[in-house]
Design a protein around this ligand. Structure first.
Ligand SMILES: O=C(NCCCCc1cc2ccncc2s1)c1cc(-c2ccc(F)cc2)cc(O)c1O
Ligand SMILES: [Mg+2]
Length: 214
C-alpha cells in the first residue's frame, strides 16, 4: 500500500475532526481504529482511565514515552492546566511527523513538546535541555522492555519527586512483567492495577499506576 497506516489515520483526523477541537480528534482516531484499521493508540477504554489519573494529578510537568500518532498526547494535553506542558518522546521519525500534525490539528501544539529520539538518550538530558526539575506525571507507552530501565533512569536522574505518578500502558498485553514486579515489590512505590482491555479489542490488558514515595 502506498500510504502508511499512520498517514491514513492522520487523513481520517483531517477529514472527520474539527480543528482546535481535541475531543473530535480523539473520536476520529477511535472511530478509524475501531471501524477501519486497528492501531496501537491507548484507545477509549484505557483512555478514560488515563483521563481520570491526569485529572487527579493535574500535572504542571508531564512526560510521555512513546507518542506514536499523538492520540495520548492529545488526551493528556487537553486536560493540562494553563502553563503546564507535556514532553513526549518518539523514536520513529515517521510516527513523530504524524503525531506533530495530529497535535497541531487539535490546537495543542503550545502545550506539547514532541522530541524525536530514544528515551535512554533523552532522559539524562531533560533537566539541562528543558529546564525540568522533576515530573509530576509520566505515561509509559514505548518499548515494553524499556519501561523498567527507563524508570530506574528517571530515578537516578532525580526526575521523580515524592508523589510523582507513573502510569504504564500494556502491562498485560504485550506485557511488561519485569516492570510490574519492580513497582509492586519496591518500597519506593505504591502501585495499583486498573484492569481494562487492549485498545479496540476484547483482549485482556490494563494500566499500572505507581506513585513514587522517594
Ligand atoms: O509496542 C507498543 N508500543 C511501543 C511502540 C514503540 C515505539 C517507541 C517509542 C519510543 C520513544 C522513546 N524511546 C524509545 C521508543 S520505542 C504497543 C504494542 C501494542 C500491541 C498489542 C498487541 C498486538 F498484537 C500488537 C501490538 C499495543 C500498545 O498499546 C502498544 O503501546
Ligand atoms: Mg500502548
Amino acid at each position: 500500500t502506498r500510504t502508511t497506516r499512520p498517514q491514513r489515520l492522520l487523513r481520517a483526523v483531517q477529514k472527520n475532526a474539527t480543528r482546535n477541537n481535541p475531543l473530535s480528534v480523539i473520536s476520529a482516531i477511535d472511530d478509524f481504529c475501531r471501524h477501519r484499521e486497528w492501531a496501537m493508540n491507548v484507545g477509549d477504554e484505557k483512555g478514560f482511565i488515563l483521563d481520570s489519573v491526569v485529572n487527579e494529578v493535574s500535572p504542571v510537568t508531564a512526560l510521555e514515552l512513546g507518542a506514536y500518532c499523538g492520540y495520548s498526547a492529545v488526551r493528556i494535553a487537553r486536560l493540562l492546566p494553563p502553563g503546564a506542558c507535556l514532553i513526549t518522546l518518539e523514536f520513529n521519525p515517521d510516527y513523530a511527523a504524524i503525531a506533530r500534525q495530529v497535535i497541531a490539528w487539535a490546537g495543542l501544539e503550545d502545550k506539547v513538546q514532541l522530541v524525536e529520539g530514544a528515551s535512554g538518550d533523552w532522559i539524562p538530558r531533560m533537566k539541562e535541555h528543558f529546564g525540568i526539575e522533576t515530573f509530576d506525571f509520566v505515561f509509559l507507552d514505548h518499548w515494553k522492555d524499556s519501561y523498567l530501565p527507563d524508570t530506574k533512569l528517571l530515578e537516578e536522574c532525580g526526575l521523580l519527586r515524592k508523589g510523582t505518578v507513573l502510569l504504564a500502558d500494556n502491562v498485560i498485553c504485550p506485557g511488561a512483567p519485569d516492570y510490574l514486579e519492580y513497582v509492586r515489590k519496591s518500597l519506593s512505590y505504591e502501585s495499583r492495577f486498573f484492569k481494562s482491555h487492549l485498545e479496540y479489542t476484547k483482549a485482556e490488558d490494563g494500566l499500572e499506576k505507581s506513585v513514587y514515595l522517594s
